[in-house]
Design a protein around this ligand. Structure first.
Ligand code: KDG
Length: 353
């Protein structure tokens, strides 16, 4: 049976690669197809989340810049499965595109876990700087051996704790609080070291698990707590900024290889332009989310810098166990990049890992 990718390639080559000169707008490098190629895309967050808006914008750019030759069919809210499921669907060719949290890619490329090292990035600018440079690109390039093409990093954001049991202000006296975590062993071990009972769980199950009391809490960026309506089932919010989370916009090798070189370049460019817009939207929503969550009745505590540093030191033995697994050179290089950036800004350095 002819693989869809081969069929698509034939449709493109069937044109003999004829360049319809004069039709190209500044963006249309790709030779138009006789019939448009549909690329199915799925994410876990809702359409009105910054992740959903970013994917819709990416689809808009691709359709406009290919003059309709390439169409991205967007599915949100976990309609095509959870992150790990969609990653496998993309690898197999059942789906073309997804955008999981980078932590869920660590099973394939362990270095991705370093992005989620707790209490590491001070702000979004630091994350942008290292993710969009050689350090972050090195992880994207390693996805190739797993049947994936990493197009760009988008922003999930700084993560905060919510729970239904108690106000948590200093990460002590947590007791047996069952905390839903992402499916990443470094994060699971880190939350256990802080005294939580970690419960790894796919994202689409989280709201129901909180409502049923199967878990007492979870942790996510403010835009997700808002768009996924966790305020309906969570009373306490701790502004902890304990982890910075990135999304990775992925396309599977089967879909990628059905595209012409010019179409691939068009997608890469659109992934960068959509990244910049998605990060802007994410930060705008994060800036206004706290007041909205308070208005929804959430009780807010703030983790002080002192207590964040105490938590970071408590996690040092856990992270040292992971340095080798994630690649000690990846950890060292991250701190070298951050030190250079902070020195250039005249900021004192945080102690090394
Ligand atoms: O597709 C949505 C998930 O990738 C995102 O919600 C991941 O932060 C995440 C979580 O907590 O699972």
């Amino acid at each position: 049976m002819t693989h869809p990718a081969q069929l698509a390639r034939r449709r493109w080559c069937g044109l003999g690669g004829a360049v319809l000169a004069g039709l190209a707008s500044p963006w249309v490098h790709a030779t138009p197809r006789t019939t448009s190629l549909q690329l199915q895309a799925g994410i876990g967050l809702k359409a009105d989340s910054p992740q959903g808006r970013g994917l819709a914008y990416f689809a808009e750019l691709v359709a406009a810049r290919s003059n309709g030759s390439l169409r991205i069919d967007v599915h949100t809210g976990g309609a095509l499965g959870d992150d790990l499921t969609m990653i496998e669907r993309v690898r197999s060719g059942a789906q073309a595109i997804t955008c999981p949290d980078s932590s869920t890619l660590a099973a394939k490329v362990p270095g991705f876990s370093v992005i989620n090292y707790p209490f590491t990035f001070r702000n979004e600018a630091e994350a942008d700087h290292v993710l969009d440079g050689p350090w972050g690109s090195s992880f994207l390039s390693r996805l190739g051996e797993h049947g994936l093409v990493g197009l760009s990093y988008w922003e999930n954001g700084f993560r905060h704790l919510t729970n239904n049991r108690q106000a948590i202000a200093d990460m002590s006296g947590i007791g047996d609080l069952r905390l839903r975590t992402m499916q990443n062993q470094m994060l699971i071990d880190s939350f256990a070291a802080l005294g939580f009972e970690p419960v790894p769980m796919p994202f689409p199950q989280v709201h129901a698990a909180l409502a049923l009391g199967q878990v007492h809490g979870q942790e996510n960026p403010l835009p997700t707590i808002l768009s996924s309506r966790f305020y309906e089932v969570q009373k306490h919010l701790t502004l902890s900024r304990h982890v910075y989370s990135a999304f990775v916009l992925l396309i599977g090798k089967p879909a990628w290889e059905s595209l012409s070189p010019d179409e691939q370049a068009l997608l890469r460019r659109a992934a960068i332009d959509a990244r910049d817009a998605q990060r802007r939207w994410n930060r705008e929503v994060a800036a206004s989310a706290l007041e909205q969550l308070k208005a929804k009745g959430m009780q807010v505590s703030v983790l002080s810098l002192h207590d964040a540093e105490r938590a970071r030191r408590r996690l040092r033995p856990v992270l040292e166990k992971y340095h080798r697994q994630v690649g000690l050179s990846n950890v060292v290089e991250l701190y070298v990049q951050l030190s250079r950036l902070r020195n250039a800004q005249g900021l004192l350095d945080l102690p090394a890992p």
